[in-house]
Write a protein that binds this ligand. Structure first.
Ligand code: FE2
Length: 168
């Protein structure tokens, strides 16, 4: 059985940017529904014992099982990409990688924001790393799609589905 993971922060802690009502819908209804549907689709099959990463890398994108597995993973990753008192300039190795890949943190922020706000329809904005490399890039995926399908390593995600924001 796949399980809905706990949120990494109190659901009251993102207001006023994200209200408790938004978290209740986005996490408590949408994210939970992806997990429930994934369990229905994998019930009594060997796929119930696979990891989400294995399903994302082996299932054909845009198929029902892929979509539920990827949306389950994407949302958990998103909750860990945001947080109260988070943000600001990065430090250490990630700072070096961002500067080498984008020129500056400001340039990265602009590129990431442009991709996230410019996405048409439902999808995700990502900061990703190439496998076996420190080279970072910004990309977008449509619907449930995940960079791991293209052998890229997600570093940061922003949900740009309307369901993430419409209440607030
Ligand atoms: Fe979402």
């Amino acid at each position: 059985m796949f399980k809905l993971p706990e949120l990494p922060w109190p659901k009251t802690s993102l207001a006023p940017h994200m209200s408790v009502e938004t978290i209740d819908f986005h996490y408590g209804k949408h994210h939970a529904a992806y997990v429930n549907k994934l369990n229905l689709l994998t019930k009594d099959t060997p796929k119930a014992n696979m990891t989400l990463e294995q399903l994302i890398k082996t299932e054909k994108p845009n198929t029902p099982l892929f979509n539920q597995a990827a949306q389950t993973w994407n949302h958990t990753f998103f909750w860990h990409s945001i947080g109260p008192n988070a943000g600001g300039a990065p430090q250490g190795k990630i700072s070096t990688c961002i500067n080498e890949s984008f020129g500056s943190f400001e340039a990265f922020k602009k590129q990431f924001s442009d991709v996230a706000t410019g996405h048409f329809g439902s999808g995700w904005a990502w900061l990703v790393r190439e496998e076996n490399s420190n080279k970072l890039k910004v990309m977008q995926t449509h619907d449930a799609n995940n960079p791991m399908s293209e052998n890229l390593v997600p570093v940061l995600a922003c949900d740009v589905w309307e369901h993430a924001y419409y209440i607030d």
